[in-house]
Design a binder for this molecule. Structure first.
Ligand SMILES: Cc1ncc(C[n+]2csc(CCOP(=O)(O)OP(=O)(O)O)c2C)c(N)n1
Ligand SMILES: [Mg+2]
Length: 549
């Protein structure tokens, strides 16, 4: 048995089934140990995509996803993925190789201090310096990655430690950990505030999308019957409670949903994580805010709660619900605003203009996606439209990144969703800019025989930045580009391609793609003049503070 065998045994002990990545020569002992194990090695065409896939595994399952790379160049390609998981609170383990640390005949060739580079991007970054510590370090890495607030952990395994012969060292057996539930005093204090409020509102934030929370959160909302809105990353977390849904805060102020937010005198903020672009801006004289979370709130200039309910969110909400159910006289005070807010969002959703309006694209996508279908967004202008207009009824059915807001994660995150849920429809929605940042993974998707549709919105530009340029009265300059022929591009990977050339062509093209199975690419031109008309002029905002640049 050698160090790499111990590592792989420790990974098996954690229930790992797949590792994503691009190995280098420093990982070859690990690759050989994987060959004799139950764990699959899924090679990608860029380390960044492997990290996005592992992070999305963590996001969707609550268990750390694992990715592997070589030293220096490969490890540095993990940086964006590590930051994506850190800001997005996604459990993940990044394993990187290194030259031998005891002896090395390669001087400083390819050597970068990867542990230092990973330290600010992870919850923990460690070099393994002895085979004897491998089982405990791996167990600790998985614990740290998984525990609230979840995130990435980096382990560097130098090639001489990986190849070193060693005896059997037992793995550490994992056990379930139950989180503490909020203190009764905190629950009483918050219940008194909520009972005394005249116009309460619930806000559902990013941590509400943790896989284990959906049922308890939905029960709470149904019991107290307070209308709710969500942040972008909280979309779908309340299942079925759609008659209490007031909208999504995709902008920070002055959107339709802010008519309700601005009138609320108390907001119960469940699982809000201030990595998200602010869903509303707190200031003097605003509503009282109660933070309900796994961990205490972070105080910011625009978010400073007045009370906190900290602990395992599901059971804590059940106890809060016991104190409130049937006793709230004003629960539905803001509900009359709901219809007009939602009606205005449906504006132009069926317009037959070509190129298509973003509203029409969102509408047609919703039509072909079943309730449990998963839409994975890359980052671009359309993210704001999907966040505002796409209705979700199940947690984690609209995966978007309102934390690092990186381009390039749309396709890899959809690939992971499709691997985890092969029977569900999975759609990646990417701009022509973001898609091309990781489009090489079309090969991985075809090789893995995934069922996946990729929708590309063509404006031949970095549209979101162009929009900001216009909003800030800069000249329209420098942000356009050309595109490949997307149909031929898809076909060259062995995928199917389709170019939409009429307003009524999108929904049937998506339907045909899903029915056909395999990997499909559908390209559709988008008319972004609506960005200014709706998101600037109609909302009459001097400088919008939303977005993802
Ligand atoms: C990796 C990365 N680079 C740059 C940005 C800044 N940025 C945000 S949106 C955007 C344009 C996106 O263009 P595209 O993917 O074509 O989508 P569109 O807005 O045109 O629909 C850019 C450059 C970013 N968020 N991430
Ligand atoms: Mg574009």
């Amino acid at each position: 048995m050698k160090g790499s065998d111990l590592l792989v045994k420790a990974l098996e002990n954690e229930g790992v089934e797949r590792i994503f990545g691009v190995p280098g020569e420093e990982n070859l002992d690990v690759v050989e140990s994987l060959r004799g194990s139950k764990i699959d090695l899924v090679v990608t065409r860029h380390e960044q995509a492997a990290a996005f896939m592992a992070a999305t595994y963590g996001r969707l399952t609550g268990l750390p996803g694992v990715c592997i790379s070589t030293l220096g160049p490969g490890a540095l390609n993990f940086s964006t993925g590590a930051a994506y998981a850190l800001l997005g609170a996604m459990p993940m383990i990044l394993i990187t190789g290194q030259k031998g640390i005891l002896t090395s005949k390669q001087a400083r060739f390819q050597i970068v201090d990867v542990v230092s580079s990973m330290t600010p991007l992870t919850k923990m970054a460690r070099q393994i310096v002895s085979t004897a510590t491998i089982p405990t370090i791996v167990r600790e890495a998985f614990r740290v990655a998984r525990q609230e607030r979840p995130g990435p952990v980096h382990l560097e395994l130098p090639e001489d430690i990986a190849g070193e012969e060693t005896g059997q060292i037992p793995t550490v057996v994992p056990h379930p950990i139950d989180l503490p539930i909020a203190h009764p005093a905190a629950l009483d204090r918050s219940a008194t505030m909520i009972l005394g409020s005249e116009r309460p509102l619930i806000m559902v934030g990013a941590a509400a999308s943790r896989p284990r929370l959906a049922d308890a959160l939905s029960d709470f909302v149904r019991r107290v019957r307070i209308p709710f809105f969500n942040t972008q990353m909280g979309k779908g977390a309340v299942s079925g409670g759609s008659n209490l849904y007031m909208g999504t805060a995709a902008l920070s102020e002055r959107d339709y949903v802010h008519e309700a937010i601005d009138r609320a005198d108390l907001i119960v903020s469940i699982g809000h994580d201030t990595v998200e672009k602010p869903p509303f801006l707190m200031g003097p004289g605003g509503p009282q805010v109660i933070h309900v979370g796994y961990v205490p709130a972070t105080v910011e200039a625009v978010f400073f709660p007045h009370a906190e309910v900290v602990g395992d969110v599901g059971p804590s909400l059940a106890l809060l619900g016991d104190r409130l159910e049937g006793r709230l006289k004003n629960a539905s005070a803001l509900l009359p605003l709901r219809e007009q807010i939602l009606a205005r969002l449906a504006d132009r959703a069926t317009e037959s203009r070509f190129p298509l309006t973003p509203q029409r694209i969102v509408h047609d996508v919703r039509q072909v996606m079943p309730e449990d279908g998963i839409v994975c967004l890359d980052n671009g202008m359309y993210k704001i439209w999907f966040a505002r207009n796409y209705r979700t009824r199940l947690a984690n059915t609209l995966l978007l990144d309102n934390a690092l807001a990186t381009m390039g994660a749309g396709l890899p995150s959809a690939m992971m969703a499709s691997m985890l849920h092969p029977a569900r429809r999975v759609l990646a929605v990417c701009g022509d800019g973001g898609f091309m940042m990781n489009s090489q993974e079309m090969e991985t998707a075809v090789r893995l025989r995934l069922n996946l549709v990729v929708l590309i919105l063509q404006d031949n530009a970095y549209g979101m930045i162009r929009w900001k340029q216009a909003v800030d009265s800069f000249a329209d300059w420098g942000l356009t580009f050309g595109n490949p022929d997307f149909v031929k591009y898809a076909e060259s990977y062995g995928a199917k391609g389709c170019q939409v050339d009429s307003a009524d062509g999108l929904a049937p093209a998506l339907e045909t793609a899903f029915k056909g199975g395999g990997v499909h690419l559908v390209a559709v031109p988008v008319d972004y003049s609506e960005n200014i008309r709706v998101l600037v002029e109609e909302l009459r905002r001097a400088v919008p503070s939303a977005g993802s640049s």
